[in-house]
Write a new protein. Structure first.
Length: 280
């Protein structure tokens, strides 16, 4: 195990194993000072904050939260609540997501073509939803490839499971994610596709860290999301989407990705940008 990871897991052991909070906190803080750009840093910050809360160090916990706010506090609390509802009406979302009133659906073939998929590729569809892109990606990568349909909603996962069986899509693997992680295995995919889902990342730093870890060296991250332009975008978009394209790009680059290009598309309300996992 690399020394950096060993340092994190030593802190984790003192935290939950040996139950020595003072020693664990010292190690977490040392880790964050020395390795703030490491993919485990958001997790270390969260564990440290939880430790302070758990040991009733309120003032210190609040100061720590403010210092590492982007890793600890949801940037859009409640945005995923409808999808976490156990009574989720999935069919209503099928009608909404896969209808002619949605430009993503209308231009789905162009969006798919721009990914540059090849047979044998391993692709993650993060925020797979109803499977609008999961199934065509599955066909593109073929039997020697794989698609990880990543979802936070149990209702959507149940729907995807039924569709997988109905379509005999053996190369599709369902992944239940959390609000902080895609839960994808390390170095498991060539491309991560995130369509109209980035604005649902409540903890973008941690989620991006999990995507970075899941991508193979040189792997691609494709983001399709709503343009958020005050005075131009719809009121619904301005209220629902927290960050515009430029801010999203800064967040992704800060997470260890290199901006490749913005694709030209017929999309009017959405943009299409491509990043690459940076070396080192």
């Amino acid at each position: 195990m690399p020394a950096v990871e060993a340092m994190f897991y030593e802190a984790f052991w003192y935290d939950l194993g040996a139950q020595d909070p003072a020693r664990a906190m010292k190690l977490y803080e040392d880790f964050l000072v020395k390795h703030s750009e490491h993919e485990l840093a958001p997790r270390a910050a969260r564990r440290a904050h939880d430790l302070l809360v758990r040991t009733k160090q309120g003032d210190r916990a609040e100061a720590f939260r403010k210092k590492y706010e982007s890793w600890i506090t949801s940037v859009k609390p409640g945005i995923n609540s409808p999808f976490l509802d156990p009574k989720l009406d999935v069919q209503s979302f099928v009608d909404r997501f896969e209808g002619e009133s949605r430009e993503i659906f209308i231009h789905r073939a162009k969006i798919l073509a721009l990914m540059g998929l090849k047979e044998g590729m391993r692709v993650a569809d993060v925020g797979a939803g109803t499977g609008l892109f999961t199934w065509p990606i599955s066909r593109k990568v073929g039997k020697d490839g794989a698609v990880y349909a990543v979802e936070i909603s149990e209702g959507m996962l149940e729907h995807l499971t039924k569709e997988k069986e109905r379509r005999s899509a053996d190369n599709v693997h369902l992944v239940a994610c959390t609000e902080r992680s895609t839960m994808l295995p390390p170095a498991s995919v060539d491309l991560v596709f995130v369509c109209d889902t980035y604005h649902h990342f409540e903890y973008p730093a941690e989620t991006l860290a999990s995507i970075h870890a899941a991508l193979k060296p040189g792997g691609a991250l494709v983001i399709v999301d709503f343009e958020r332009i005050p005075g131009k975008s719809r009121e619904w978009t301005l209220g629902h989407v927290r960050a515009g394209k430029d801010e999203v790009r800064k967040e992704i680059e800060a997470a260890g990705f290199r901006f490749v290009r913005e694709e030209k598309t017929p999309l009017e309300e959405n943009y299409y940008v491509r990043f690459e996992k940076a070396a080192g």
